[in-house]
Design a protein around this ligand. Structure first.
Ligand code: NAD
Ligand code: MG
Length: 371
């Protein structure tokens, strides 16, 4: 019982989705070795039969931690997807369904996802659909999946016609952020997570933004306490925004800050040159400039945002073909019919939704990242 209390004390955050049950997010150092206690506490062990999903890269890089998790879940099987966004398909998910059916997994099964956002989304959709839905627990292994994809209940696979086109809203039973797993994360993947973290500061919380400014060196050094706070506050902000607006009617759209421009960059560079996070960081610079040009944001605040991005090591330039970018943005799936929607900052910590900005202003805004 003492042991169980210990795990629950590290309990950081309770999420209350408007649909689906509430669930805890645990954030700590080296907490995977205590997972059995948590699975019991959630009444998943010993009743449920477990299966771990991961990808081929994580299985190599985090072999020890993965074995620990397996030990905690009754030495259950491990299913490995090929690593990478290109493998986030219904075809690959079908192999998980087959694996589970062949091994006789029933509705009393529970998926444990030890992975980044790609497998998290894909296996989450698997959990949502296997025999009409079985419980799942997220063990995110990237900074991005800790602060973004594990919260909010969106699960999906890609289709040839577009990213995340086949999916569902489905909540996990718990999210376990074991910060120790980040020790093998490549630096660009770390930056990708940081982009979303800076985004939360700009759209929602000036105090948090200031905290990031004051801790740049510690952030770069993967300082545990700073990571813990960043992950905690990011999950809290995302849960709050999503909780108010589960299915994207209004407020949830603010999470797209930097993404409209970022998606255009990703598209124009064929999803190869920049990771999503880096494209988003560039997109935030363009959005801030658009806001300045419209007289909605002060130049000082634009510079403040950009300085933090610079200090964290984000690239500053991408020479945009403005016409191509305009066309690329038009087909953004998140754009409402007929209107072009932009999320623009009005100060650090606050954004607003602006529709149908003049094309000339958008063209000028791209100059913010011109070399
Ligand atoms: P990812 O899962 O592909 O992980 C990035 C890379 O890092 C992969 O190659 C992976 O094998 C490797 N990796 C993961 N953990 C590691 C570790 N600890 N050490 C070493 N290598 C490790 O990508 P991601 O950035 O975590 O997630 C991106 C996905 O998340 C996209 O598919 C996106 O659509 C999705 N997403 C979903 C939501 C949502 O609300 N559901 C939100 C944002 C993003
Ligand atoms: Mg994003």
């Amino acid at each position: 019982i003492m042991h169980m209390l210990k795990f629950w004390e590290s309990h950081a955050l309770d999420v209350h989705p408007s649909e689906g049950g509430r669930y805890p997010i645990f954030i700590g150092k080296n907490i995977v070795p205590d997972a059995a206690i948590m699975l019991e506490g959630l009444r998943l062990a010993p009743t449920y039969e477990f299966l771990i999903c991961t990808d081929t890269t994580i299985a190599k890089e985090q072999n020890t931690k993965l074995s620990e998790l397996r030990g905690q879940a009754g030495r259950c099987p491990i299913f490995k997807f090929q690593a990478g966004e290109g493998h986030k398909t219904l075809h690959n998910l079908n192999q998980l369904y087959s694996f589970m059916l062949h091994r006789g997994y029933t509705r009393k099964s529970c998926l444990l996802q030890f992975s980044g956002g790609v497998v998290g989304d894909m296996a989450g959709f698997g959990a949502a659909t296997y025999q009409r839905g079985i419980p799942f627990v997220q063990f995110p292994t990237t900074l991005l999946s800790m602060v973004d994809s594990s919260v909010g209940g969106k699960v999906a696979v890609n289709h040839a016609e577009g990213k995340n086109m086949i999916g569902a809203f489905y909540q996990p039973k718990a999210v376990v952020c074991d910060i120790s797993v980040l020790n093998t994360l490549p630096p660009t993947e770390y930056l990708a997570g940081l982009a979303e973290i800076v985004k939360y500061g700009v759209i929602y919380d000036e105090e948090f933004f200031t905290y990031l400014e004051n801790n740049v060196e510690k952030i770069k050094a993967h300082d545990f306490d700073v990571l813990k706070h960043m992950i905690f506050r990011s999950c809290q902000i995302k849960a709050e925004v999503v909780g108010i607006d589960e299915k994207e009617a209004g407020l949830r759209a603010i999470l797209n800050y930097g993404h409209t421009f970022g998606h255009a960059i990703e598209k124009l560079t064929h999803y190869e040159l920049y990771s999503h996070g880096i494209a988003v960081s560039l997109g935030m610079r363009v959005a801030a400039r658009a806001a300045v040009l419209l007289g909605k944001l002060s130049k000082e605040d634009e510079q403040r945002q950009n300085k933090l991005l610079d200090d964290l090591g984000f690239p500053k330039t991408y020479n945009t073909d403005v016409e191509a970018a305009w066309a690329a943005m038009a087909v953004d799936k998140k754009a409402e019919k007929g209107t072009r929607v932009y999320i623009l900052p009005t100060k650090i910590g606050k954004v607003e939704k602006v529709c149908n900005i003049d094309k000339g202003i958008i063209a000028d805004a791209w100059k913010a990242i011109q070399a």
